[in-house]
Design a protein around this ligand. Structure first.
Ligand code: XMP
Ligand code: MG
Length: 189
């Protein structure tokens, strides 16, 4: 159990079985990655491209931890095919407002699992002529990788388990948890 707070009202954190990363650990790691990006892009304007909805929290925290000039834009994508398995064929539900031509772009993701979604997205974005194109992801599951995606900035590598919190959802829920962890069995049944 994440937090044993005995309240009558619903407390979604009580549905966590195991906390993998606390809010403090996540924020500390975000600060490190932000400093790294600032150092790497010294003097350049950065366009952060977030993938909705999962990247909302990391996008928000990352850019506030950065000292560079930074702009943000958003995409929404959906995998073709049913179920929780990524098919690798991606439909763009909402495209960027920004023109990527000549821009220093960093794609901001919540999690990379198989890598299929991002692999498609990267070739799509690369074709728009950015000056540079890199990836920052908060979490990555190395054991689930089916597609080699070159990721420059990784928050944490995690085991091949389904996790929620900090933007990551199960059926649309649990994105609002500050900690990241695995869900208790009773949630699935
Ligand atoms: P692929 O497999 O294409 O998928 O890299 C990436 C997308 O799948 C979702 N995903 C997760 N969502 N907990 C979640 O809440 C997880 O453990 C998880 N693994 C993958 C997520 O939307 C990600 O962008
Ligand atoms: Mg996502």
């Amino acid at each position: 159990r994440a937090r044993l707070c005995h309240v009558d009202a619903t407390d979604v954190s009580q549905d966590l079985e195991k906390v993998l990363f606390t809010s403090d650990q996540i924020q500390a790691r975000i600060d490190e990655v932000a400093s790294q990006i600032d150092a790497d892009y010294e003097g350049r304007d950065i366009l952060l491209v977030g993938v909705l909805n999962g990247a909302v929290m990391v996008m928000s925290d990352l850019q506030r931890a950065m000292r560079s000039h930074v702009e943000m834009d958003w995409m929404a994508v959906s995998s073709y095919g049913a179920g929780t398995q990524s098919s690798g064929v991606v439909r763009i539900l909402k495209d960027l407002n920004a023109d990527l031509e000549g821009r220093d772009v960093i794609v901001v993701e919540d999690i990379i699992d198989t890598g299929l979604t991002l692999s498609y997205l990267m070739s799509n974005l690369a074709s728009r002529g950015p000056a540079s194109l890199e990836i920052m992801t908060m979490f990555r599951k190395p054991d689930a990788a089916q597609m080699e995606v070159p990721v420059k900035y990784v928050g944490f590598e995690i085991p091949n388990e389904f996790v929620v919190g900090y933007g990551l959802d199960y059926a649309g829920r649990y994105r609002n948890l500050r900690d990241v962890g695995t869900l208790a069995k009773h949630v699935y049944s």
